[in-house]
Design a protein around this ligand. Sequence first.
Ligand code: SF4
Ligand code: SF4
Length: 129
Amino acid sequence: MCIEFFGAVKALWEGMLTVFKHLFKRAVTLEYPEKKRDLNGAFRGKPVVEGCIGCGICQRVCPSGAIEFKKDENGKVVFYKFDLKKCIFCGNCAFYCPKGAIKMTKEYELAVQNKDELNLIYRGGAEND
Ligand code: SF4
Ligand code: SF4
């Protein structure tokens, strides 16, 4: 009984000591979403496309089949889609695009209520129009 009591007091003391040790240190967490961490330059978030010529390289190098596009009879890209349900944000499409048409933005807050909203569709250059 006595041993158990002193064991409990020791554990409590050690716990308090740990709390006091961290009380005056800088917090390692942020009050998200009010505060956000600075992202480094290599961060890859939501991909966007502008100025696509429809060569198809991005589609071939995408490991998850997240890209679809259609061209009209004149070869103009009239529909381009990133399916963010499939995208793994690897950045291959942006890296290999010969026109630099794809950019990996820093946008990472991509949660939606309806999964259809994760289809980023571009027609004539604008997103989801
Ligand atoms: S690689 Fe670039 S130019 Fe080619 S289809 Fe993809 S986005 Fe368009
Ligand atoms: S970032 Fe990777 S997974 Fe996403 S669309 Fe581009 S190539 Fe595909």
